[in-house]
Write a protein that binds this ligand. Sequence first.
Ligand code: LCS
Length: 393
Amino acid sequence: MDTRKKGFNTKLIHAGAFEDQFGSATVPIYQTSTFKFRDADHGAACFAGEEDGFIYTRINNPTIDALEKLVAELENGYRAIAVSSGMGAVNTIYMGLLSQGDHLISSAAVYGPSRVVMEKHYSRFGVESSYVDTSNLENIRKAIRPNTKLIFIETPANPTMDITDLEGVVKIAREHKLITVSDNTFSSPYLQRPLDFGFDVVFHSITKFINGHADVVGGIVVTREKTLHDILRPMMVNLGCNMDPHQAYLVIRGLKTLSLRVERSQQNALKIAHHLLDHPKIEWVKYPGLQNHPQHDLALKQMSGPGAMISFELKGGLEAGKVLMNNVKLCMLAVSLGGVETLIQHPASMTHSKMEPKDRQDAGISDGLVRFSVGIENVEDILADLDQALAKI
Ligand code: LCS
């Protein structure tokens, strides 16, 4: 069925699916490493790209292919490349699009390892990078050098919830002929589709909202056009960071309820953000759905909803944060995000601990910042859990 002109929720249920010989209602798991050729000519034709047949699961596989077609449609892209993790996506993009002597401009508050791998490892191969607050477009303009090749942003950013103007970034990039990449993990394609604003590449840690059930680590890269897909696909194959068919099956299953999950966790998040805002033990709350978020209007413009991620700072700083995290019972003290369960964590000692302390500070990741990924439980139970833990401070 051609689902390209159908609504987002219809795509979630039907895009990428195919008929098998048994009339299976779901996409089957093709748990095989390799595929039998009909004869020598067929094998040669598959390798030459003259026939669409499957060859070897690192290159592609019907279950993975179904997921790729589904996510490419959700992001309104040309095609997708499923990978073994969000970091697999980051490295496929860096390796595929940057060469020795090239320069990357990125959001200061990107997911810690996306920055650490660039500064510690790609620098060994002569790739230069600048990390700036991309929520102010002037900072991007100022950072452009003659050898700049890529603008790599994350919006909302992990964990500061800073928002970058997607349309504004594309305008600058086109003036300077730069490639644009957006990490869309925090929004999912349900809330934000950067390719629609003219971005060249969008990627996700599938581990988060797309899968949504905290049982898969995966990633996916979607390009707007064929040219970049044709560079990135062989790069993934040669890096060997392919997804596994069983994971792809779970992600297809998880995706079916993406809209329902995000809607519910977002409703909960809005109530929780307002509750925290008025709480005497909270210094500040950063949530795109609150009017006091510095880019609230921009969030409304480029996202169809504020999402389920909240950052806040307690009046007692890190010590108070520890008391909170040690006393929550329903909210799980764990990294990761975007699942059906509510998770709480402390970026400075957990997800962003490998960043230099000064870089963390410059990126707005204070020592007392607590990150909250709101799940789909009854909101009154989450609030009661937070209140009893806050009372211990
Ligand atoms: N991009 C963002 C925005 C992320 O939050 C993460 C993981 C990644 C990329 C990397 O994806 P992965 O390889 O883990 O699938 N974020 C995590 C976090 O905030 N806590 O634990 C992992």
